[in-house]
Design a protein around this ligand. Structure first.
Ligand code: SF4
Length: 262
C-alpha cells in the first residue's frame, strides 16, 4: 500500500480533505454508511460503540487500519435507524448512558452522522463524537450543524504536537495539522462542547508546550481539558509501527493500560 492508501500525493504528503472526497464514494451511499462492528466497552466508564469504515488519515499507530485500508471489502452499509437501534440495544442491555461512533472517521458521511445523532438525542443518550477534526476544521458549517444538538461532546484527536510530528505520524501534508486546531476553534465559536485529545507517544516536550500555548490562545479550557493520548500496543498496531520504522517514546500494552487513560 502507498502511504496514503491511494491518496493523491503532492509536495510533502497527501491532502486529507481530498482523500475524504474520494472515500465518500466507497463508504457513504445516500444516508447510509459502512460499519464493521457494534460493541460495548469500558471506555468513558461504559459506552456503546459503532465502528465505522473509512478514514482520511493514515496514522502509523492506528488500531483500526484493517478497516481503514480495505474499505471496499470491509463491513456493510447501515441506515441511521439501524445504527441507532444497535447502539440503543447495547446501551440498554449494559446500562450505559453514552454512545459513540469510532473505529475510523465518523465525519466522512456527514448527513448520515447528523441523522444518527438526531435519533440518539431523541432517546436521551449522550453522543461522543470522536474525530480527527480535519473536516470540521476545513468547513465551519460542520460545527454549526452540531450546535443544534444539546447532548453532543466532541473529542478532537490531534495527531502529534506539531505540524512536523503530524506529518511523520500520518503521512499527510504538515499544513493539515492546523485544521485540527481550527476544528476546536470552530466548535467553541458555535458553542459545541469539545476538548483536545493529543497523541503524545512520539512527541518532544518543547512541542507539547508550544501546542498548549496555541490552544490557550484559542481558549484556556482547551488546556485545562487537555487529554493525553498514548499508543496501545495491540499486535496489529506493533506490526504497523515496525513496518513504518517508528517506535513510540511512551506506549502501553493492552493489559497494562493505566486507569486514568480508560
Ligand atoms: S485518524 Fe484515527 S482512524 Fe484515522 S488513521 Fe488516524 S488513528 Fe486511524
Amino acid at each position: 500500500m502507498c502511504p496514503a492508501g491511494g491518496a493523491e500525493q503532492s509536495g510533502r504528503g497527501y491532502d486529507p480533505v481530498k482523500l475524504a472526497e474520494g472515500l465518500r464514494a466507497v463508504v457513504c451511499q445516500g444516508l447510509r454508511r459502512k460499519y464493521y462492528r457494534f460493541r460495548g466497552g469500558r471506555w468513558y466508564g461504559g459506552i456503546a460503540t459503532a465502528d465505522c469504515v473509512g478514514c482520511n488519515l493514515r496514522c502509523v499507530f492506528c488500531w483500526g487500519w484493517p478497516a481503514r485500508d480495505a474499505p471496499r471489502e470491509t463491513g456493510r452499509l447501515y441506515t441511521p435507524q439501524e445504527v441507532f437501534e444497535n447502539l440503543k440495544r447495547i446501551a440498554e442491555r449494559r446500562g450505559y448512558t453514552q454512545v459513540r461512533v469510532s473505529g475510523n472517521e465518523p465525519t466522512l458521511c456527514w448527513e448520515h452522522l447528523l441523522n444518527v445523532i438526531e435519533l440518539i438525542e431523541g432517546a436521551n443518550l449522550k453522543f461522543i463524537l470522536e474525530t480527527n477534526g480535519i473536516l470540521i476544521g476545513s468547513n465551519k458549517g460542520y460545527a454549526r450543524d452540531l450546535s443544534k444538538f444539546s447532548g453532543v461532546h466532541v473529542r478532537v484527536s490531534i495527531k502529534g504536537a506539531s505540524p512536523e510530528e503530524f506529518h511523520l505520524l500520518t503521512g499527510a501534508k504538515p499544513e493539515a495539522f492546523e485544521l485540527q486546531l481550527k476544528a476546536l476553534e470552530n466548535l467553541l465559536n458555535y458553542g459545541v462542547p469539545a476538548h483536545p485529545a493529543v497523541m503524545l507517544s512520539f512527541s518532544e516536550a518543547r512541542n507539547v508546550e508550544d501546542l498548549k500555548s496555541r490552544l490557550a490562545s484559542i481558549d484556556e479550557s482547551l488546556v485545562s481539558e487537555f487529554e493525553e493520548e498514548y499508543v496501545f500496543l495491540y499486535p496489529h498496531v506493533v506490526k504497523q509501527l515496525r513496518k513504518a520504522g517508528i517506535w513510540p517514546r511512551v506506549a502501553y500494552y493492552p493489559d497494562g493500560i493505566p486507569e486514568e487513560l480508560i
